[in-house]
Design a protein around this ligand. Structure first.
Ligand SMILES: Cc1ncc(COP(=O)(O)O)c(C=O)c1O
Length: 446
């Protein structure tokens, strides 16, 4: 007889430690045994729409044989080789070429990691190295934003602006500063300028407060993901670019969620015609089938790396892993051939419009928002004041439970329900997501 979900969870709890380990939450967890397209199946055989594409990464959906074949072929030919200087592999070379062709025009050189946190660490160290090599070693500080998520290694955690990640691991690394998020639903305009420009000007104020000679980089998700799907006002990033130019601060786009089509464009700053000095990517590059991330740097930074006489002493055992690079090439081929950024845009429009139609009038739905195929519904205690529910009401936790009962599995930030289903989610599945969230909302509030 097949092993049940409950039996597996009980064994799991004896020997496994989970990311965000929480024994109580895990007690009612799922052990996933299969996936097909946008659907996950747990050990009891129950099916769920994968509302967050795993963790924002499985953009092609589950069961893509092309990716499996790419990995198997590479494993048979050469499962591993070092990526350290003096060693390379054809798939890494080809992947870097491919990325140079599709990324921002100024970004043409790439370094590969195993995931997003390592990409953040790589940016911090590369920014420090760059300024040091240019004779400004005191430019070391990193400015990021509230509600930003950049990973959980010590420095990445210190750049992360979701404060619940900090307390049990304090103190944070010095030299990491946060400014407000442009959060259109909540950002209060103090100045006599538009909210987008006012929010961007907070960067200028922070740079001036810290001293421009001490600030290395501004780390920013084009659309904040884990912090609750927050897209900025249209005038935000153009002003950010101006400020970074004026004070010689590197603009680093953390596109770990947004790169490769999620927002409806291949890279998200293209929505605002802004070019960064560095990008970070991970997740969708392999559709989650193999751990791979990395950074891309501007020609100016690449030139310093190529000409400096001090070795960039930064390396991971799994940098440029040939299997990861092979899977990434196959993923990018599918994303391009099937025009998936366009599909993410149109499916995202459908999802957002239907969410708005179904939920905007609800007395406890404060905001329904999205950009491309990433959306969020923010629940509030009072629509007029936008006051949040007290945590003891456990609104988000109850919504999570009610949506699971109805066959949808996703994630929340507090009482903000986040959605980022695979690009291959069908229209029927998108409509079902909305129906489930509407019914779950009724179940929680009635
Ligand atoms: C924007 C962003 N940056 C960095 C990370 C960290 O990536 P990883 O979990 O692969 O270390 C994440 C993970 O969700 C992310 O969303």
């Amino acid at each position: 007889m097949a092993t049940t979900n409950a039996e597996l969870i009980s064994r799991d709890q004896s020997h496994l430690i989970h990311p965000l380990h929480n024994r109580t939450v895990h007690q009612s967890g799922h052990v996933w045994v299969a996936g097909d397209g946008a659907v996950l199946t747990d050990a009891d055989g129950k099916e769920y729409i994968d509302g967050l594409s795993g963790l924002w990464n499985v953009v092609l959906g589950h069961g893509r044989h092309e990716l499996v074949e790419a990995a198997a072929k590479q494993m048979r030919e050469l499962p591993y080789c070092s990526g350290y200087a003096g060693s390379s592999n054809p798939k890494a070379i080809e992947l870097a070429e491919r990325l140079a062709a599709i990324a921002y025009p100024t970004i043409n050189r790439f370094f590969f990691t195993s995931g997003g946190s390592e990409a953040s660490e790589t940016s911090f160290k590369t920014a420090r190295y760059y300024w040091r090599m240019r004779g400004q070693p005191e430019k070391t500080k990193v400015i990021s934003r509230q509600w930003g998520y950049h990973g959980l290694t010590m420095a990445a955690m210190s750049a992360t602006g979701i404060s619940s990640y900090w307390p049990m691991f304090e103190p944070r690394v010095p030299g990491f500063i946060q400014i407000a998020s442009p959060y259109p639903y909540r950002y209060e305009v103090a100045d006599n300028v538009s909210p987008g420009v006012a929010a961007a000007n907070e960067l200028e104020q922070a740079i001036l407060r810290e001293g421009p000679d001490t600030v290395a980089m501004f780390l920013v998700e084009p659309v904040q993901g884990a912090g609750g799907v927050i897209a900025p006002q249209d005038d935000y990033f153009p002003r950010i670019r101006e400020i970074c130019n004026q004070y010689e601060v590197l603009l680093v786009a953390d596109e770990v969620i947004t790169a490769f089509g999620r927002t409806g464009k291949m890279f998200a700053l293209n929505h605002w015609d802004v070019q960064p000095d560095m990008i970070q990517f991970a997740k969708a590059i392999t559709s989650g089938y193999f751990p791979l991330g990395g950074i891309g740097v501007s020609d100016q930074i690449a030139e310093v790396l190529d000409t400096a006489d001090a070795v960039w002493m930064h390396a991971f055992t799994y940098s440029a892993h040939p299997v990861g690079c092979a899977v990434a090439l196959s993923t990018l081929e599918i994303i391009e051939n099937e025009k998936l950024p366009d599909q993410a845009a149109s499916k995202g429009d459908r999802l957002l419009q239907n969410l708005q139609a179904a939920l905007s009038d609800h007395p406890h739905v404060g905001d329904v928002r999205g950009k491309g195929l990433m959306c969020a519904v923010e629940y509030v205690a009072d629509k007029g004041t936008k006051a949040e529910f007290p945590p003891e009401e456990r609104i988000g936790i109850r919504l999570h439970a009610e949506t699971q009962k109805r066959g949808l599995f996703s994630r929340l930030r507090g009482d903000v329900f986040c959605l980022a289903p695979p690009f291959v989610t069908t229209d029927e599945q998108l409509d079902r997501i909305v129906e489930i969230l509407r019914d779950a909302t009724d179940a929680v509030f009635n």
